[in-house]
Design a protein around this ligand. Structure first.
Ligand code: GLU
Length: 552
């Protein structure tokens, strides 16, 4: 009977390299003690998921804070599910959130000594490892057809047994090498399966940086490791790549915990030391229909795709800050003490990660976005808004480019001060909210109605008097002047007084300001009116007031 070695040579006659050769080609990394090598390993099958950004952010953080390496590996072995161009897109989206790998697949090129970083280009490496498993009798060719596999499954279902290719159900593990060789020579199609030595009635102990120590049923499935298209499956590629790319900590979603027993056995069979694992909790959402917690869903939830935030113009930093509050329970307090400018200095730790999936809370994201945009300078706002507008908002781009300084003046309203105003949390919709600053746009806008309590005559009279308001004074004397004007027309200088002596007044200063605000901006809510007037200029303000007076 032919030996394992001969069978391995029959299957891979061209593979001459050995595991030892690969060990030499991809030596241990020369990094200081404690430096972590992490990887983000997306499959190019679609958009960047918010959960994937969460993972990538943590991978980068762990590597950076330990002086290690963060790399990207493109897991493109499932050619049927691949969406062309999505690898490049994933990388460019990560960049918008400042998640920038030091090494690996970088879309246009690759950087690093541990490549290739696209799995589809690593077939030669996988073959070396599979050949070794064949030689060791830990892998074998399986000739089962899909129909035969379906039959096995149907039998298992009928007997209420765990489904899969294991134990005595693993039909082709019982072939001898001669039978195998004969079928291969006859041209029968086959895949290569791992030969498990486990039994699911036994438990193994595993350690996870997030979940701690736990027990889990041993693997007993003879999983496919090498498909008929010449590429490996995820499990096998994970073991080989994370070993030879010298990953120290595998950080990935919790959905992979169930596969951990397979990975533990693969690492053992290959003679590799397994990396540390950190399985991250998934981001959840309250289902609007059922009221139950569920995973953010690609199909149902727009916020599951990172592109949703980009298209709506949320600042990338805000999403990162928000995700970090999900990642570490102490981050918010840290932020409160240290501010938003230096979040790189925050030390992330797996211990402070909650095991329960956090609920995605868009209001909280908006809160952080407001805080972050409030501390930008007018020039930074200009850059961010323009960058957004270039990609997503033609109307905004046109407004900005008409006069960049004018746009900056708008953005600068109550900005460069100790407690800047928090008017904006995203750039989506900005064009509409600032349109009134532009004369032609203002002309096209419909005004919100004035308070019906006042007659048109009263409003006209007030506006006519408000034309006396001078902008050659600071905000408080401007406001005092507005109060004086109001008082002469029987508007109380504050709401309290109006309440106390309703017989003496027809309204309050709040009503006066509202009339002016609607006249100048078309809206009941706007940035600080004094500064709005300064930006518009007194002439334009008078023009708008005259127009309203003449139309009422
Ligand atoms: N390609 C896998 C995925 O996209 C990667 C999982 C891992 O990080 O190991 O889910």
């Amino acid at each position: 009977m032919i030996t394992n070695q001969e069978l391995a040579n029959l299957i891979f006659p061209d593979v001459k390299e050995t595991i030892e050769d690969l060990e030499k080609r991809y030596p241990k990394r020369n990094l200081p003690e404690g430096a972590e090598v992490t990887r983000f390993a997306p499959s190019p099958t679609g958009f960047l998921h918010t959960g994937s950004l969460f993972t990538a952010m943590i991978c980068q953080k762990v590597a950076k804070q330990s002086g290690g390496v963060f790399y990207v590996r493109l897991e493109d072995t499932d050619t049927k599910r691949e969406i062309s161009g999505s690898g490049e897109q994933l990388l460019s989206q990560l960049k918008l959130f400042n998640v920038i790998p030091n090494e690996g697949y970088l879309a246009s090129h690759e950087v690093g000594d541990y490549g290739p970083y696209c799995q589809s280009k690593r077939a030669d490496i996988y073959k070396v490892a599979i050949k070794k498993l064949l030689e060791d009798g830990r892998a074998y060719p399986c000739f089962c057809t899909q129909e035969e596999l379906d039959e096995i499954r149907a039998k298992q279902e009928a007997m209420k047994l765990i489904p899969g290719y294991y134990g005595h159900f693993a039909r082709d593990r019982f072939l001898n090498n001669d039978e195998r060789a004969e079928r291969i020579k006859a041209g029968k199609p086959y895949v290569i399966r791992f030969r498990s030595e486990g039994n699911h009635i036994h438990k193994i102990k595993v350690h996870d940086l997030v979940h701690g120590d736990f027990e889990i049923a041993q693997n007993d499935q003879d999983i496919v490791i090498f498909k008929s298209d010449g590429l490996p499956t995820y499990h096998f590629a994970h073991a080989v790549d994370d070993h030879f790319m010298r990953t120290t900590t595998v950080i990935r979603g919790e959905e992979w915990i169930a596969s951990l027993p397979i990975h533990v056995e693969l690492f053992e069979a290959l003679g590799f030391e397994a990396p540390k694992y950190a399985h991250l909790p998934v981001i959840m959402k309250l289902d609007a229909e059922t009221g139950n917690k569920r995973k953010l869903s690609k199909r149902k939830d727009s916020e599951a795709a990172v592109s949703f935030f980009l298209e709506d113009g949320y600042p990338g930093e805000a999403l990162i800050v928000y995700l970090m509050t999900i990642a570490n329970s102490n981050f918010e307090e840290w932020l409160f003490e240290n501010g938003y400018r230096n979040i790189d200095e925050f030390r992330f730790s797996f211990d402070k990660m909650s095991l329960e999936g956090a609920l995605f809370d868009i209001n909280k994201l908006q809160f952080f976005a407001k805080e972050i945009l409030a501390i930008k300078t007018k020039d930074e706002m200009y850059e961010l808004a323009r960058e957004y507008a270039l990609k997503y908002d033609e109307k905004l781009l046109k407004l900005i480019d008409r006069d960049p300084n004018y746009f900056k003046a708008i953005m600068n309203i109550e900005r460069e001060k100790e407690n800047p105003r928090k008017d904006y949390y995203k750039f989506g919709g900005l064009a509409d909210s600032i349109a009134f600053f532009y004369q032609d746009e203002y002309e096209k806008m419909e005004m919100e109605p004035f308070n019906e309590k006042f007659s048109h005559e009263q409003i006209k009279e007030i506006l006519t008097h408000l034309k006396e308001l001078s902008l050659d004074q600071d905000e408080s004397s401007w406001f005092a002047q507005m109060k004086e004007i109001g008082l002469t027309l029987k508007f109380a200088p504050n709401g309290k007084l109006l309440k106390k002596e309703p017989e003496n007044y027809i309204g309050s200063i709040g009503d006066v300001a509202e009339m002016l605000r609607i006249t100048l901006t078309t809206k009941k809510n706007s940035p600080n009116l004094y500064y709005v007037m300064l930006v518009l200029g007194i002439e334009e303000c008078h023009r708008r007031m005259d127009k309203v007076i003449s139309k009422l």
